[in-house]
Design a protein. Structure first.
Length: 234
């Protein structure tokens, strides 16, 4: 089984699909949690306090990090194998292939942008929340000089998205994630053998619905908190 998952193209694609499915489920849960911040800052802070640096949150973070690592490593591996199979000859492409979406041919590029966005996100939130708690601190200073607790996620979100450049960077990140999932979600089902003539258009439609829902769910949080900063709302 181990050889199948590493030595065959189908096995590597299966690992990509399973890890991708896990990450999509996490993204949906994370998106739902973020929307809570728009509805009620106190409710969001309760969620932050429940998670924090507790053992189950740490275990979940470790599993998530492993999932991201596996997905990213296998993505590079598959891309390298595909390039190796094609050889060194590259042909100029002047006509877009019919039925081939741009994102399907640029998944690695989109994936790199997603990873860079993730690193930015970790520096803005994880480093000021869970990491601070792990270091034994009970306060953290955010960019405007305010001192808050590591579980005051609402205040950290408010400050982060009061900066226009963060808004731009995050929307670019979400757009890359949207395009990545447009292809990735239905590709998961295709690898599982579900993408026949009947299900292919349905799965592509489902992928677009899921990716658009994720994009809008995350984007609305950024836009709402930026709007609050402009009008001086707390």
């Amino acid at each position: 089984m181990g050889c199948f998952l590493t030595n065959s193209s189908l096995g590597r694609k299966l690992v990509m699909s399973i890890s991708g499915c896990f990450l999509v489920l996490f993204i949906l849960i994370h998106m739902a949690m973020n929307i809570v911040a728009v509805i009620s800052g106190d409710a969001y802070n309760m969620i932050c306090g429940f998670l924090g640096a507790n053992w189950y949150a740490l275990a979940g973070t470790a599993v998530l990090a492993l999932g991201v690592l596996v997905h990213f490593v296998y993505a590079f591996w598959l891309t390298w194998q595909n390039r190796k199979a094609r050889g060194n000859v590259r042909y100029a492409v002047t006509v877009t292939e019919k039925g081939v979406d741009w994102e399907s041919k640029n998944m690695l590029l989109l994936g790199v942008i997603v990873i860079l966005g993730l690193l930015l996100h970790l520096s803005h939130f994880w480093a000021k929340m869970m990491l601070v708690e792990l270091m034994g601190a009970h306060e953290v200073t955010i960019g405007d000089g305010s001192v808050v607790t590591p579980t005051d996620g609402a205040a950290i979100i408010q400050y982060t998205f009061s900066q226009w450049y963060n808004v731009v960077l995050y929307l670019v990140w979400f757009a890359a994630l949207w395009l990545h999932l447009n292809h990735g979600v239905w590709s998961m089902f295709q690898t599982a053998g579900w993408a026949n003539d009947t299900w292919y258009p349905r799965l592509k439609c489902l992928a677009k619905i899921v990716s658009t829902l994720i994009f809008l769910g995350f984007a609305v949080v950024v836009v709402v908190f930026y709007a609050k900063s402009l009008c001086g709302c707390c």
